[in-house]
Ligand binder design. Structure first.
Ligand code: 1AE
Length: 461
């Protein structure tokens, strides 16, 4: 259990009738240590021995959150209990109402307390796992985050590091409409990693200049071409005008080269107008939506993803997420935000920093993130797009980390190529082809001048 093991968590329960072990989601049993069974809650309908422990059927689903805290060792238990009760049925002070049976079944449970590091004096770094009855929540990101980390997020040194959700509960969100398989079908790219080019330099350009830049990126061999996430300005070209102009430019490139690029437009504007705009953009020819999910909100993403009329793949951009995950001691782990939660709320592509480029996420956290995107939980798998400072020399490393179901997402690594963006995309495509052939880039670059130039310029990992 704990970070790195999202599904099928097994946690230790806290004192009193909660003490013991339980398994989440799959079977909804509280598993109580035999030696503590005397203290077990006898209201439960059934109990039986299994491998030295006693299983108590709880008859409900649990959502388990794990927090990393710094705390006085002697106060750990009290801290855990106050979280379990404070975020469910109680408050900081004793209240008679919480003793009522129908209220009590909504109480959180201290599932586990693990000391992971000794700190100064009596302090320790510990992980506290708290199980919350799923019945307390509606299937929304707002309910989930407010329950497990609402006011708690402001209560000193505490970080949400893991969330375990019962599959049936998670499925209520809907998840991605297209996922990895749907995206491959829509792009026609069946096996190899995809290349996504990011518009760089867009604000201040007029429609003709933007369209020329789109054409170059399409000619470069990019499978997807996405707006920069900072593109909000409509002074020179509205998103609707861009979608229409790029669709036409893309059609021309397809007729001359046979390569079909797809456009992901930045979905912008007031929240209440997003749906209508998404419909207009689809009508104008956009193939996918780029969405600044942490600026707009996870539930906004989910509304768009589940809307049968919108029905376009959605690329979740991580902008602003660093404010939530950036600290090692506070906030929410990046893997939960950019992996688990965006999947739950319907992203088809998860954009996140790779460990190698200009903005980085450490490698184990990236691995956890990708596990959240693909773990078998009944929702479609999400396509990972490790990003920021990606250049052709990184392609073998990224594919080795993530596998073939990955998007190489590059802005500067395409537009900053010494011979321009068309060569920039060609260098990536040559690197991808080499990886598919199991060929070293040093060998492949003998056949590809753009790749050779890119490796000279940015190096090779
Ligand atoms: C992690 C987000 C990366 C991003 O949004 C972006 O625009 C990257 O651009 P380049 O590839 O670093 O130029």
């Amino acid at each position: 259990m704990g970070p790195g093991h999202p599904p099928d968590a097994v946690g230790r329960l806290g004192p009193g009738f909660h003490e013991g072990f339980f398994r989440l989601g799959l079977c909804d049993y509280a598993i109580i240590n035999a030696r503590h069974v005397g203290q077990a809650d006898r209201r439960s309908s059934r109990s039986f021995k299994h491998g030295g422990v006693v299983l108590i059927e709880t008859g409900q689903e649990w959502i388990m959150a794990t927090y990393r805290v710094r705390e006085d060792r002697a106060l750990l238990k009290k801290r855990a209990e106050s979280i379990a009760i404070g975020l469910t049925v109680g408050s900081w002070t004793e209240m008679a109402v919480t003793r009522r049976a129908e209220v009590k079944r909504h109480a959180g449970i201290v599932a586990d307390i693990r000391v992971v590091e000794d700190g100064a004096k009596n302090e320790v770094i510990a992980e506290l796992s708290i199980a919350y009855p799923a019945a307390n929540l509606t299937a929304t990101a707002a309910a989930l985050l407010t329950t497990v980390f609402g006011k708690l997020s402001m209560d000193g040194e505490i970080r949400l590091v893991d969330l375990t959700l019962p599959n049936a509960w998670a499925r209520q969100f809907g998840g991605p409409r297209f996922g990895v398989t749907g995206l491959r079908e829509r792009t026609g790219v069946r096996q190899r990693p995809l290349l996504m080019s990011i518009f760089k330099a867009c604000v201040g350009l007029d429609l003709a200049e933007l369209t020329a830049a789109y054409r170059d990126q399409a000619l470069s061999g990019a499978d997807l071409i996405k707006d920069d996430e900072i593109f909000f300005s409509e002074e020179y070209a509205t998103p609707e005008q861009r979608a229409a102009a790029y669709a036409e430019a893309g059609r021309q490139v397809y007729e001359t080269t046979g390569h079909h690029a797809r456009y992901a437009v930045n979905l912008t504007g007031p929240v209440g107008a997003l749906r209508e705009r998404a419909l207009r953009l689809r009508e104008a020819g956009a193939d996918a939506l780029l969405f600044n999910v942490f600026a707009y909100g996870l539930d906004v993403l989910n509304e768009l993803a589940q809307d049968p009329d919108v029905a376009l793949p959605i690329l979740a951009h991580p902008a602003v997420a660093g404010a939530l995950y950036g600290s090692a001691t506070h906030g929410i782990a990046a893997s939960l935000l950019l992996g688990q939660l965006v999947r739950l709320c319907g992203a088809d592509v998860a954009i996140y920093p790779s460990p190698y480029g200009s903005v980085t996420l450490d490698k184990p956290e990236g691995e956890r993130l990708r596990r959240y995107l693909s773990v078998d939980n009944g929702l479609k798998r999400v396509m990972p797009a490790p990003s920021a400072g990606i250049h052709p020399g990184l392609v073998p490393q990224i594919v080795s980390d993530a596998g073939l179901d990955v998007i190489l997402n590059a802005g500067g690594g395409i537009h900053g190529h010494p011979s321009g963006p068309i060569a920039g995309g060609q260098a990536f495509r040559a690197a991808i082809a080499a990886v598919m052939e199991g060929e070293d880039l040093a060998v492949a670059c003998q056949r590809s001048e753009p790749l050779s130039q890119a490796l000279d310029h940015w190096g090779k990992t």
